[in-house]
Design a protein around this ligand. Structure first.
Ligand SMILES: *Cc1c(COP(=O)(O)O)cnc(C)c1O
Length: 425
């Protein structure tokens, strides 16, 4: 049995070993601009790849359904306490396996089947789990969607208010995955109060910016805040739910809001928590509590602004005219190229991004008019404004001549040379 425990992956399964090697090499060699991706520290990787994966820990610290959790309780409690400290939250549940799971669980805690909830339109920057008809959220709940303004591409708070007054939803949801501007959580909360709705925020994309104070904080205003841990927060793939303790609308009930959230996560939706990932979340929160993380998050935004400005110099049209956060949505309609064509031309040159719908897009989700880019991963590598200008210049060259495969090969080589100066792992 000694062999079983101590053989290296390389010797056990060369196919998977080589795939991991190839993928790591790919990550080293590309410019990663997918705004929902990042590059975790070695410390986070080590926590994730630990024997904590062996343990069953259904329940919560000191209230488990299995024995032998004395050390697991230490790491999950550290994760909870650090999450609360990082976001100044009253309650944290660190068990959600993913952002989608966290949203399911929050909805399950706040609503009954078919209850009414308001969220941002997916093609205006929302998320699949905010009521898309193919998703559980659009099937189980009665979603009403607000839009962004046709000219400014900003959330139209007057529309949010009038829609909320007309529809009287049980929950108002803010947050999304393709909105390049600041979200006014205070205004959302005022509207929620006017109509007696819970206010929920999905800050999956901006959590790292919020933690560092470079984006307004939803936690003081929202009843419930869900987030992934692997985007700007730069932790392991996973999620968490922050909430208030008190349930503003249900004081008589035997459970307060924090208890409802915990109950919705387990036993409501999930079984055994991924304790190796929760330990890695604890490491990520500790990293995010350091002063350097503030510099990192500030640099993400500086980089996004530098990238946006240079793209505009090259004649690119940006949704909302720029960015306040980590992401940029490019409207390609004036460039005679679709989002799909741009994504694959850039991909061949070693620049990773994703095609994306733009607000009021005349095209379809499979071949939309835009691409979405962002700066969390390149900022983690240590790149700054000068490199952003260089990246914008590459994007402009590739898109202007998107069928030129020699140019793509040439740029891929130039990118490898730049990346060699910003090594990972
Ligand atoms: C990424 C994201 C999610 C989903 O996270 P997964 O971990 O991929 O399930 C949910 N909401 C928003 C706003 C997101 O950006």
């Amino acid at each position: 049995m000694k062999d079983f425990f101590n053989k290296n992956l390389e010797d056990v399964d060369s196919a998977i070993f080589n795939t991991i090697k190839n993928e790591t090499e790919r990550q080293k060699n590309v410019i990663e601009l997918i705004p929902s991706e990042n590059i975790v520290s070695k410390a986070v990787l080590q926590a994730m790849g630990s024997p904590l994966t062996n343990k069953y820990s259904e329940g919560y610290p000191n209230k488990r359904y299995y024995g032998g959790n004395e050390f697991i309780d230490v790491s999950e409690t550290l994760a909870i306490e650090r999450a609360k400290q990082l976001f100044n939250a009253e309650h944290a549940n660190v068990q959600p396996h993913s952002g989608a799971s966290a949203n399911i669980e929050a909805f399950f805690a706040l609503m009954q089947l078919k209850d009414k909830i308001m969220g941002m339109r997916l093609d205006h920057g929302g998320h699949l789990t905010h009521g898309h008809p193919v998703n559980f959220s659009g099937t189980f709940y009665n979603f009403i969607h607000y839009s962004v303004d046709k000219d400014t591409h900003l959330i139209d708070y007057d529309e949010v208010r009038s829609l909320a007054q007309k529809e009287r939803p049980k929950v108002i949801l803010a947050g999304g995955s393709a909105y390049p501007r600041i979200i006014d959580f205070k205004k959302f909360k005022e509207i929620a109060d006017e109509v007696g709705a819970y206010f929920m925020v999905d800050m999956a994309h901006i959590a790292g910016l919020v933690a560092a104070g470079v984006h307004p904080d939803p936690v003081p205003f929202a009843d419930v805040v869900t987030t992934t841990t692997h985007k700007t927060l730069r932790g392991p793939r996973g999620a968490m739910i922050l909430s208030k303790t008190e349930d503003r609308f249900d004081r008589e009930n035997k459970k307060n809001l924090a208890q409802k959230i915990d109950f919705a996560v387990f036993p409501g939706m999930q079984g055994g928590p991924l304790e190796h990932v929760i330990a890695a979340k604890a490491v990520c929160f500790l990293e995010a509590l350091q002063p350097e993380f503030k510099n990192y998050a500030q640099q993400i935004v500086k980089n996004a602004k530098a990238l946006a400005a240079r793209l505009q110099d090259h004649g690119f049209k940006l949704i909302s005219g720029g960015t306040d956060n980590h992401l940029i949505l490019i409207d390609l309609q004036n460039k005679n190229i679709t989002g799909k064509e741009a994504e694959s031309a850039l991909d061949r040159a070693g620049i990773c991004c994703n095609k994306n719908m733009i607000p009021y897009d005349p095209k379809t989700p499979f071949n939309p008019s835009g691409i979405r880019i962002g700066t969390p991963a390149v900022t983690t590598r240590g790149m700054k404004e000068d490199e952003m200008k260089q990246i914008a210049d590459w994007i402009a060259r590739i898109i202007a001549d998107f069928k030129n495969e020699n140019l793509q090969k040439q740029v891929a080589e130039e990118i490898k040379a730049l990346n060699a100066k910003f090594p990972i792992y």
